[in-house]
Design a protein around this ligand. Structure first.
Ligand SMILES: Nc1nc2c(c(=O)[nH]1)N[C@H]1C(S)=C(S)[C@@H](COP(=O)(O)O)O[C@H]1N2
Ligand SMILES: [Mo]
Length: 316
């Protein structure tokens, strides 16, 4: 990603942090007798436990997908509020307090309101879906998320006829988020956006868990978005607000580097990042194994219609 602080910012992070170093570090930790699950994911930093256990939605099973191991999903993270180092996020997020948590919905809706997240999850329920996940840095995972469709939340608050976009906002807290202090040039809080048509597609999931357990802090407790056909940076973590609006919202990344990160950010092997190719992706959990990038990350059947007639090179 675009990191102004690291000297190595010119390279995609997938190249800066080769998997070999990562694997070595884990081997050392194991040799030192650490239980990885217990050491890196303290139960105190877990998010909400409402809505568990959840049932698999049979439309989104693992099928042929090679599901990434749980300890990789929870220890190889992008969450700049805590650290710019993927392997340091879990540790920096250990004391993150995600309960109680309020989600505020405002703007062009008939029913603006503030939800207690536990109550919201109890009301809407969780389901499990196995999705591919593709970061703009050209690495990929497969994760079994728990959560409820964003669609259901949109229905609940009833957008007005003027609403065209959703603007998502993450938390702002200098005490809990060292990254927000260290990178004052970033337009915090982290924010993202979707069109209303994208938000009401069946795929976007408001995620409250992974691997059938409450979301660990490092993965965006207590509530994050997952938009599987877009680059990972669209999948905003630890959401505090959703505003419905008639204007295309600015986003943290489009603000910082507009020529590199657009509003749409659909996974697309035909549109390269200005500094690297998107044709292939590295599978996290393997050393240097690559696979072909799929257009819309393999979800074209569900979402290609949203972009009919649009030049996806222009609307990247
Ligand atoms: N609030 C917030 N959300 C965020 C980020 C972030 O830095 N802050 N990073 C994004 C990026 S670049 C990616 S790839 C995914 C990573 O999600 P994961 O750590 O659960 O794999 O979270 C996204 N959501
Ligand atoms: Mo990312």
């Amino acid at each position: 990603m675009f990191v102004r602080i690291k000297k190595s910012w010119e390279l995609p992070e997938s190249d800066v942090t080769p998997e070999s170093i990562y694997v070595q570090r884990r081997t050392l930790l194991k040799a030192a007798g650490f239980s990885l699950a217990a050491g890196l994911i303290p139960t105190t930093s877990m998010g909400t436990s409402a809505g568990f256990p959840s049932n698999l939605n049979p439309k989104y099973p693992a099928g042929d997908l090679n599901v990434t191991k749980e300890d990789l999903i929870t220890s190889y993270n992008n969450f700049y509020e805590f650290s710019f180092d993927k392997q340091d996020v879990a540790e920096q997020a250990e004391n993150f307090k995600s309960e109680p948590w309020t989600l505020e919905i405002s703007g062009m809706v008939h029913k603006p309101q503030k939800f207690d997240v536990n109550k919201l999850v109890n009301q809407l329920g969780n389901e499990q879906r196995v999705y591919r996940f593709r970061c703009v840095e050209a690495w990929a995972m497969v994760a079994p998320w728990d959560g409820f469709p964003l669609q259901k939340l949109v229905e609940l608050v009833q957008p007005t006829s003027q609403a065209k976009y959703l603007r998502f906002v993450s938390f702002l807290d200098h005490e809990m988020a060292p990254g927000q202090v260290r990178a004052p040039q970033y337009p915090w809080p982290y924010n993202e956006g979707l069109t209303l048509a994208e938000a009401t597609n069946e795929l976007p999931l408001m995620v409250t868990g992974v691997y059938g357990k409450p979301l660990p802090s490092q993965n965006g407790a207590p509530l994050r978005l997952i938009v599987p056909w877009k680059y990972g940076f669209k999948s905003i973590k630890s959401i505090t607000k959703i505003e419905f609006t008639d204007k295309m919202p600015k986003t943290l990344w489009s603000d910082l580097a507009p020529s590199e990160y657009g509003f749409y950010a659909n996974v697309n092997p035909e549109v390269d990042h200005p500094r690297w190719s998107q044709k292939q992706e590295r599978i996290v959990g393997t050393w240097f194994k690559k696979q072909e990038t799929l257009k819309f990350n393999g979800y074209g059947d569900q979402v290609a219609g949203l972009y009919k007639g649009m030049d996806l090179k222009k609307w990247y």
